[in-house]
Design a protein around this ligand. Structure first.
Ligand code: ADP
Ligand code: TMP
Ligand code: MG
Length: 231
């Protein structure tokens, strides 16, 4: 089999610069494709879009979680095929967002359990990382994951902040903690935390490209496509 392209994931908090950086990174490769999750253009993606943009749309936390995962499975075959055809695929969010946001909902509802304005109940599955990763097991695993992190104060100044369901300062603080808890940076050297505090777009682009080169994910590889697994 001929060498394949590589799968590079850009994760991070809302408005941390993921979409900006993933487009720039995609343009650096001559044969590449940018995929954004949630992909709001698919059947399942359109339900997710409604859920995110219309706060009156009610879904249980478990079903929302499964829809985000199902949305990734909608693109599974396309990702594998493109990698095998030598494309570099840049992902704007993926499995770690899936786990971190659901886990954050659990922590958030637990904190607000005594607040009568919050109607959702605390569902134990949403606090269980093993349950949360279940539906994603077997999806293609990124060759490199970059997690963009910055202070919450800087984040809330960025354009467009606050428009969607999860963009609340308190919730984002919990999301950040959840990401840092679930990203296995100690045992998995394909995951890198990128501190983007006080860095402009060009500076972040350089930081990212330096890591991509250092990890050798800018060239075709003979390695088989990895799968998301428990370890
Ligand atoms: P995300 O996809 O993570 O939500 P975006 O890439 O859409 O974030 O960026 C959110 C906003 O912040 C945009 O207006 C973008 O131009 C701006 N932005 C992105 N990176 C930086 C940066 N390093 N410094 C300042 N503003 C930035
Ligand atoms: P976006 O702002 O990058 O379009 O993402 C939309 C929201 O969806 C964002 O608040 C994070 C959330 N999300 C999940 O809750 N689970 C997931 O699996 C993904 C990919 C995103
Ligand atoms: Mg974005």
């Amino acid at each position: 089999m001929s060498p394949r392209g590589q799968l590079i994931l850009i994760e991070g908090l809302d408005r941390s610069g993921k979409s900006t950086q993933s487009s720039i990174l995609t343009a650096k490769f001559s044969k590449s494709k940018l995929l954004k999750f949630p992909d709001r253009t698919t059947k399942i993606g359109s339900i997710i879009n409604e859920y995110l943009t219309d706060k009156s749309v009610q879904l249980s936390d478990q079903s929302a979680h499964l829809l985000f995962s199902a949305n990734r499975w909608e693109l599974n075959n396309e990702i594998i095929q493109l990698l095998n055809e030598g494309y570099f695929i840049i992902l704007d969010r993926y499995i770690y967002s899936g786990i971190a946001y659901s886990l954050a909902k659990y922590e958030f509802s637990k904190r607000n359990a005594n607040d009568s304005t919050v109607t959702s109940t605390v569902d134990e599955q949403i606090g269980d990382v093993n349950w949360l990763i279940g539906p994603d097991l077997g999806l293609p695993k990124p060759d490199l994951t970059l997690f963009l992190t910055l202070d919450l104060a800087e984040l809330s100044n960025r354009k467009g902040w606050g428009e969607e369901r999860y963009e609340l300062q308190e919730f984002q603080t919990i999301v950040k903690k959840s990401f840092l808890r679930i990203l296995p940076t100690d045992t998995d050297d394909s995951i890198e935390i990128v501190d983007v505090n006080n860095k402009n777009i060009e500076q972040v682009t350089k930081l990212i490209w330096d890591i991509v080169e250092k990890k050798g994910v800018n060239a075709l590889t003979e390695n088989p496509i990895k799968k998301v697994s428990i370890n």
